[in-house]
Design a protein around this ligand. Structure first.
Ligand code: FAD
Length: 412
């Protein structure tokens, strides 16, 4: 469908990492858009955990953000560590120390990891007039003339030329249009939590683990410990670089991740998902009670209010949606386990690629259906690689992971 240079209107469903990065890209490119987000406000849900940023993810964020927000992301990122991680057994006997090459080398402004809450607030900056909070999309319809409408829980609708489904792993849009396309449950149940750096150190976290990504491989529980040490105060950096934007100073912390296969939980799935924050911390403390003294006390200091349990899932192979003018982006089309830290990086890569496609359509240089099909073709390739890499790392680190029909890495 040619849209001959008249300018298009894009509806973005979901103001998470991918949807907001696309919004920043479209703003930079001068394309008209509105973001519809289910949460009632930017801080409605606690999302303050650490996200690893890959070279591809960093390049995509730089492509979409204006220079001052790029700078803000850099100066609030994780203070540089070394590449790779140290793996131990549960008595902290060293196992492996895999090193990863990083094409960014020693560039001083390299962004290795960020706090997700800070990233999301940076992605929201300058979009106040274009993000509608408290708007839950419950369906979408193709309209005559090739347009599309989003339908909201309150019965209202919004119309546009393209609707981007950036509504995450449980995508309502996918559920409506492709009800049989669902991520596979990998059988792994994960407790995510956060511990203030000073509390972990006071509780006896051994020095070699304090500034490194560390992984502890237990008999049937596996623990990841990732430091998040801010390069500079987010509050002060925002005041300098984007006056009016309020970023919270949460202090340095560790993200802690405990993986257990559901066969080894010792409780039913139903009981696990019914655990609240304090219950999850007690569960994790119990699982690690016989570990090295430097580890066993950690979950007694974890932030119960920032603890949550999830089922790890994956969608592979990734295939584009034949639903134009509805186009997918991020976890909605390529859910993957967080092992390897690839999901958000792939979502922002989608955002940069889709920005390029929609900007060309907006200028009148491309047919919209062709441009979107090209985006989806490339996305399916790199996203499938991303999901398969995440699955390989999950199998290496968690050992017991259920099979995914269609995954190319079986047997690894
Ligand atoms: C603990 C944890 C650690 C992780 N670590 C990493 C990491 O280190 N590196 C990495 O690359 N990835 C990581 N990931 C994965 C990463 O968070 C996701 O891949 C990424 O957030 C996907 O972005 P998205 O925009 O597709 O979805 P989301 O960020 O999930 O955003 C979806 C948005 O849509 C909204 N929404 C949902 N339904 C509707 C609706 N019906 N109407 C309107 N709005 C709706 C939601 O409220 C949400 O804001 C991690 C994930 C977890 C849970």
């Amino acid at each position: 469908m040619p849209m001959g240079g008249r300018g298009i209107r894009v509806l973005i469903v979901g103001g998470g990492i991918g949807g907001l990065c696309l919004a920043q890209g479209l703003r930079k490119a001068g394309v008209d858009f509105t973001v519809y987000e289910r949460d009632t406000a930017a801080g409605a849900r606690q999302q303050g955990y650490r996200l690893r940023i890959s070279p591809e993810g960093e390049a995509a964020l730089r492509a979409c953000l204006p220079p001052a927000l790029q700078e803000l992301l850099t100066v609030t990122g994780h203070r540089r560590g070394e590449n790779g991680l140290d793996a131990y057994d549960e008595q902290l006997r060293p196992q492996w120390t895999p090193q990863f090459d990083d094409p960014r080398g020693d560039r001083p402004d390299r962004v290795d990891a960020v706090d997700r809450d800070i990233l999301r607030r940076i992605l929201l900056a300058g979009l106040e007039d274009r993000v509608r909070f408290g708007r839950t999309v419950v369906g979408c319809e193709h309209l005559p003339g090739g347009r599309v409408a989003a339908r909201f829980a309150d019965g209202s609708t919004a119309e546009g030329d393209v609707l981007v489904a950036a509504d995450g792993a449980n995508s309502q849009v996918r559920g409506r249009l492709l009800p049989t396309s669902r991520p596979t449950d990998l059988g792994v149940r994960t407790v995510f939590s956060r511990i203030a750096r000073e509390d972990a150190v006071r509780a006896g976290l051994p020095e070699p683990l304090q500034d490194r990504f560390s992984y502890v491989i237990g008999a049937d529980s596996h623990l990841g410990l990732m430091p998040m040490s801010f390069r500079s105060s987010p509050r002060q950096a925002a005041a300098r670089l984007w006056p009016g934007l309020e970023l919270p100073d949460s202090g340095d912390y560790y993200m802690v991740v405990l993986n257990v296969h559901r066969d080894d939980l010792g409780i039913s799935d139903q009981e696990f998902f019914a655990l609240d924050g304090p219950g999850l911390c007690r569960f994790a403390a119990h699982r690690t009670a016989a570990w090295h003294p430097g580890l066993r006390g950690l979950f007694h200091h974890a932030r119960a209010d920032l603890s949550f349990g999830v089922a790890l899932r994956a969608q592979v192979p990734v295939t584009g949606w034949d639903t134009f003018p509805v186009v997918p982006l991020g976890d909605a089309v390529h859910t993957m386990p967080p092992s390897g830290g690839v999901g958000a990086n792939t979502a922002v890569r989608d955002a940069a690629a889709l920005t390029g496609a929609l900007a060309a359509v907006d200028r009148g240089g491309r047919d919209a259906a062709d441009a979107v099909a090209e985006y989806q073709k490339a996305m399916a390739v790199y996203a499938t690689e991303g999901v398969e890499m995440s699955l390989r790392i999950a199998r290496w680190s968690i050992k017991k992971v259920d099979a995914v029909a269609g995954a190319g890495e079986h047997g690894n």
